[in-house]
Design a protein around this ligand. Structure first.
Ligand code: NAD
Ligand code: UGA
Length: 463
């Protein structure tokens, strides 16, 4: 089957960029991205392409090229489902906040809604593709919903997890390490796999397209994220030991990374990993393992999260201890709020938890992030429900520049590794601060010797 019309349900951080790149690379395919969130769709359709709802380097150019040609954003979910031969489900799968599996399992209510809507609307055969990250064996549940609606339509379910990272999404989509497609062994299943392979083949070479059974594909996505997060918790665990022993975690990371079996990537010690997925996916993995009675497996992976929580708390504790055991009424400048550079996404950002700890200690925070609006900062803090909105607002204020954030501050905390932070006039910042002027570099981005030469009391992770 040759695909000419694609629908993607979910215009978020995955659905938006992924479909934009498919549309750019496959001008012969009409791609419609739908979402229930009208505001988000309106932003994707904004006449000024710089106002699209997701900041990703290079994304606005891709959207500009394809939008209106063969890339469309719409709230008309039913029409798009009806017309498409291939439907990606790219909705959110957050950690459950209620009921069985609360705090651990993935909440599949949005996925189930999509399946029911597809079942209701479809009048001809469809390929349904799991793009969202899902617990292993979810395809079974989706198939069961689709097959029992009784309208005689044949559905093929594929698993095609997304491996893009935010901040590098466009590049990751254009030059993926691999495309993973899981499907059924039946002839119909193999045909569906081939149809999706053909879409990707427009720009991805065949040796990078891997096909597997459904369950391997679903589980590989959780496994990949667990392995990536585990590397960060492993190096962060070593960072604490470095701080006690005089070793330097940057040097240790370099030394072990030169072993080709270990490799140099994903060994940056930090204030802790954030983002919408690592924690959610590992908790989900832990929950799945427990549900099969595999308690050792569950405990093994849970430790990655425990270590990450410890790393965030350790950073805020260090600030309090170093500032003579009190930060009450002291101004602390936060440079960065996003969970990593080059994104406006703040989900599970370490900054939120460090800020919450410091507000508990009555600090006054001044926040500057190049891409995160202050209302998002406040919303993130309110979401924790640690205190009232009014209380949060008393302790945190926006700054329009890093220089403004740092003025009269007792300390600067670097929470995100934005490139511009390296290029600042740090002498100017030092001159405007209270003395002693402390810097807590949660991303190890500044030059320790230069900072000390200026006069800062400079602290970083793992040294
Ligand atoms: P997101 O929250 O940015 O986007 C999801 C969108 O789906 C939202 O705009 C929401 O309004 C919409 N939606 C929910 N239910 C809907 C429905 N029934 N009909 C129409 N629209 C609906 O989420 P995201 O970051 O794009 O993640 C989506 C999935 O991809 C998750 O499973 C996630 O684990 C996975 N993933 C995310 C990333 C990443 O970097 N963010 C990378 C790989 C995989
Ligand atoms: C991660 C994976 O890298 C993607 O492959 C995956 O598709 C995605 O999760 C997902 O499933 O959502 P993302 O969370 O967007 O992507 O970004 P990462 O680059 O992985 O960074 C995650 C967090 O780890 C960030 O807070 C980052 O600052 C931190 N990190 C990363 C470190 O602290 N040290 C490192 O060496 C690398």
């Amino acid at each position: 089957m040759s695909i000419t019309k694609i629908c993607c349900i979910g215009a978020g951080y995955v659905g938006g960029p992924t479909m934009a790149v498919i549309a750019q690379k496959c001008p012969h395919i009409q791609v419609t991205v739908v979402d229930l969130n009208q505001e988000r769709i309106a932003a994707w359709n904004d006449a000024d392409v710089n106002n699209i709802p997701i900041y990703e380097p290079g994304l606005s150019e891709v959207v500009e090229e394809a939008r209106g040609r063969n890339l469309f954003f719409s709230t008309d979910v039913e029409k798009a489902i009806d017309e498409a031969q291939l439907i990606f489900i790219s909705v959110n799968t957050p950690t459950k906040t209620y009921g069985k599996g609360k705090g651990m399992a993935a909440d599949l209510k949005y996925i189930e809604l999509c399946a029911r809507q597809i079942a209701k609307i479809a009048k001809d055969n469809k390929i349904v593709v799991e793009k969202s990250t899902l617990p292993v064996r979810t395809a079974e549940a989706i198939k069961s919903i689709l097959d029992y609606t009784g309208n005689g339509v044949q559905f093929q379910i594929l698993s095609n997890p997304e491996f893009l990272a935010e901040g590098t999404a466009v590049n990751d989509l254009l030059f993926p390490d691999r495309i993973l497609i899981g499907g059924d062994a039946s002839i119909e299943g193999q045909k569906a796999i081939q149809a999706l392979v053909d879409v990707y083949s427009n720009w991805v070479s065949p040796e990078k397209i891997l096909t597997t059974n459904l369950w391997s594909s679903e589980l590989s996505k959780l496994t990949a994220n667990a392995f990536l997060a585990q590397r960060i918790s492993s190096i962060n665990a070593m960072s604490e030991l470095c701080e006690q022993t005089g070793a330097d975690v940057n040097e240790v990371a370099k030394a072990i990374g030169m072993d080709s079996r270990i490799g140099p990537k994903f060994l940056k010690a930090s204030v802790g990993f954030g983002g919408s997925c690592f924690q959610k996916d590992i908790l989900n993995l832990v929950y799945i393992a427990k549900s099969y009675g595999l308690y050792e497996v569950a405990d093994y992976w849970e430790q990655v999260i425990i270590m990450n929580d410890h790393q965030k708390r350790r950073f805020s504790n260090k600030i309090v201890q170093t500032l003579y055991n009190t930060v009450a009424d002291k101004k602390i400048a936060f440079l960065g709020w996003a969970f990593k550079k080059d994104t406006n996404d703040t989900r599970e950002s370490a900054a939120i938890y460090v800020a919450d700890d410091l507000i508990n200690e009555e600090a006054r925070l001044s926040v500057y992030d190049p891409k995160v609006p202050f209302k998002k900062v406040l919303a993130d803090l309110d979401y924790l429900e640690s205190r009232s909105t009014t209380q949060n607002q008393k302790h945190i204020a926006p700054a329009t520049s890093a220089y403004e954030a740092c003025e009269n501050a007792h300390a600067v905390a670097i929470l995100t590794e934005w490139d511009e932070f390296r290029t600042y006039d740090w002498q100017r910042i030092y001159d405007s601060m209270q003395k002693p002027a402390f810097v807590f570099d949660g991303r190890n981005i500044l030059d320790a010797d230069q900072m000390k030469a200026i006069g800062f009391v400079y602290n970083r992770i793992g040294a």
